[in-house]
Design a protein around this ligand. Structure first.
Ligand SMILES: Nc1ncnc2c1ncn2[C@@H]1O[C@H](COP(=O)(O)OP(=O)(O)OP(=O)(O)O)[C@@H](O)[C@H]1O
Length: 237
């Protein structure tokens, strides 16, 4: 493991959909320990950009790497925690909040070691911590699909936290989310930033997370139109 490598490095990223350029000429290097906000209006390409960083959407041209490997060759997925924009939790199957959060440990389960040697105490502690961080300890036994949209979003954040990754990629975690869930997210982000984790956050507006952001990248029409350290933002505005 080489920790000098950037968690994400995209050069000349181009994505076309239906003959249209959704992303073009995108250069984005995310450094370890950054709390990076990707900002921009609806349809700017923010979700597409983070999916491309993770290799979920292929590039038509350019190159992108995760810790120095192309997404197709990258294997160390336990280092990456992805919180998608929205997910039908459980796909209609009545899973509990705890079960969804525990599924975040899958990337830590060895395919080669017999289950007997797997550290279940560590799993349990990580799931307990993740639930506590997002304030859902007392909802752990409830069916995830019966929770509000904001609470479900917190479940997805807890699932990523449970995997104890080095990098978090969160796509609009606060969109349409109640104030309590927003505060829970800001508090979780505060802890992650304090631990030196890398965070890539897609958002329309910074809101309560603003003081934690170290860099912002502005997208418009699939192009990067701004890239600034947070202290250059004019925080008093
Ligand atoms: N699967 C797809 N097929 C065709 N066009 C797509 C597809 N996914 C996204 N697009 C288009 O790509 C553009 C960028 O979409 P994207 O979701 O990345 O933007 P965004 O900045 O995340 O927007 P929002 O803030 O609304 O989530 C939009 O014009 C969208 O319509």
């Amino acid at each position: 493991m080489n920790d000098d490598l950037a968690p994400f490095a995209m050069t000349g990223g181009l994505i076309r959909r239906d003959g249209r350029e959704i992303l073009a000429g995108v250069d984005l290097h995310v450094r370890t320990g950054e709390v990076l906000a990707i900002l921009g209006p609806n349809g700017a390409g923010k979700s597409t950009l983070v999916k491309a960083l993770l290799g979920l959407v292929p590039l038509a041209a350019g190159r992108t790497e995760i810790y120095g490997e192309t997404p197709a060759r990258f294997r160390d997925w336990k280092r990456i925690g992805y919180v998608p924009q929205r997910l039908p939790i459980g796909g209609g199957v009545p899973v509990t909040v705890r079960e969804v959060v525990a599924s975040g440990r899958i990337t830590r389960t060895s395919r080669w070691l017999p289950a007997l040697f797997h550290d279940r105490t560590a799993d349990r502690a990580a799931v307990d911590n993740a639930l506590a961080t997002v304030g859902l300890t007392d909802r752990a036994r409830e069916s995830a699909h019966l929770l509000s949209g904001g609470q479900q979003q917190r479940v997805l954040i807890a699932r990523a936290l449970a995997g104890e990754p080095d990098v978090f990629v969160m796509d609009e975690p606060t969109a349409g989310v109640d104030a309590r869930s927003q505060a829970a997210l800001a508090s979780a982000l505060h802890d992650l930033a304090g631990d030196g984790k890398t965070v890539v956050l897609v958002t329309h507006e910074l809101g309560p997370m603003e003081p934690l952001i170290t860099r912002t990248v502005q997208l418009e029409g699939g192009r990067v139109v701004g890239d600034a350290a947070a202290r250059e933002l004019g925080r008093s505005a």
